[in-house]
Write a protein that binds this ligand. Structure first.
Ligand SMILES: NC(=O)c1ccc[n+]([C@@H]2O[C@H](COP(=O)([O-])OP(=O)(O)OC[C@H]3O[C@@H](n4cnc5c(N)ncnc54)[C@H](OP(=O)(O)O)[C@@H]3O)[C@@H](O)[C@H]2O)c1
Length: 299
């Protein structure tokens, strides 16, 4: 039997890197794609292929899909994983950064999908695995843009699933919880950069503390756990529409489904409550209003 061909975006780190390696172990021919191609040597050493690609750049996405099609004749599994967390109060985040967050997390995913679909449709088979988040179901203060993108991935994937079913193509959503990768540090830094010295400073400090806590060894899950779920979804004859992983993620998504908005708000307020020290530190900035774009403060 011919080896199945997989393309994994965001394979230079975290969930994507582990997914590419896991699919390789399961017998796939694997192409990993990311901007930092030099960071994909573990994949290349294990027998995979690394492609330099920026999901926001049409030409580089097209070149990647063309190369795989030329070398392998097809792509059977597309794992849309590339993404990052852009945090900060809505008032503080420049709209250009909000657009960039959507460019990477939503339009990047859609751009690759558009280019991979003609081949899948022609063969009447294929699986698209979209990496959402529990953040595609729940929400955090100072997370408006990140959550907007993940809610968008959820809606996009539902439409796509029913749109592509008649063409023999499966669409699956993965909702990871807190996973120990570069994501957490990038998200924390963005919150501090945007809102660390504005009227939202106390909330930014509380958010950073909650994210730090989620990243600590006992709370966070290693990315290979998500990779195993993605591989399971990619190889299942009839995959579920959604996989929340690990179990704590399933619990949080279930809780959100059960609780009315105002009650869930109370849970969120409790988790992200600023301490007295946060409030005192934030006091200094409360009268300042909007920060200047890109202002950096120490984390
Ligand atoms: N970690 C978590 O707690 C968590 C929870 C829920 C969902 N997720 C989601 O899981 C996915 C993977 O994140 P991760 O946790 O593995 O974080 P990560 O370690 O930071 O990895 C993110 C990957 O995305 C790639 N990427 C970012 N911008 C890109 C661009 N413009 N073009 C191409 N690739 C780009 C990065 O590669 P380059 O920088 O080399 O391009 C990197 O390989 C993301 O969609 C994230 O939102 C993460």
């Amino acid at each position: 039997m011919e080896r199945q061909v997989a393309l994994v975006t965001g394979a230079s780190s975290g969930i994507g890197e582990q997914t590419a390696l896991e699919l390789l172990r399961r017998g796939f021919t694997v192409y990993g794609a990311a901007r930092r191609a030099d960071r994909m040597t573990p994949l290349v050493d294990a027998g995979g292929h690394a492609i330099a690609m920026d999901v926001t750049d049409d030409a580089s996405v097209r070149a990647a899909v063309d190369r795989i099609t030329a070398e392998q004749g097809r792509i059977d599994v597309l794992v849309n994983n590339a993404g990052y967390g852009s945090y900060g109060a809505l008032e503080d985040v420049p709209i250009d950064e909000a657009r960039r967050q959507f460019e990477v997390n939503v339009f990047g995913l859609a751009r690759i999908t558009q280019l991979v679909l003609p081949g899948m449709r022609a063969r009447r088979s294929g699986t698209i695995v979209n990496i959402s988040s529990i953040g595609g179901r729940i929400y955090e203060p100072l997370g408006a843009w990140y959550h907007s993108t993940k809610f968008a991935v959820e809606g996009l994937s539902d439409s796509l699933r029913v749109e592509l079913e008649p063409h023999g193509i499966r669409v699956v959503v993965i909702q990871p919880g807190a996973i120990r990768t570069e994501w957490n540090g990038i998200s924390r830094r963005s919150a501090v950069e945007r809102s660390g010295a504005t009227a939202y400073a106390a909330q930014a400090r509380a958010l950073v503390r909650a994210l730090e806590a989620a990243d600590r060894s006992s709370a966070a899950t290693e990315p290979h756990v998500v990779a195993a779920t993605i591989a399971k979804a990619a190889t299942a004859r009839r995959p579920r529409t959604r996989y929340a992983t690990p179990f704590s993620a399933k619990f949080i998504v279930g809780l959100r489904r059960m609780l009315p908005d105002r009650v869930f708000d109370l849970v969120i307020h409790r988790v992200f409550a600023p301490t007295k020290a946060d409030l005192a530190a934030g006091e200094a900035h409360s009268a300042e209003g909007r920060s200047s774009d890109g202002e950096r403060v120490a984390a």
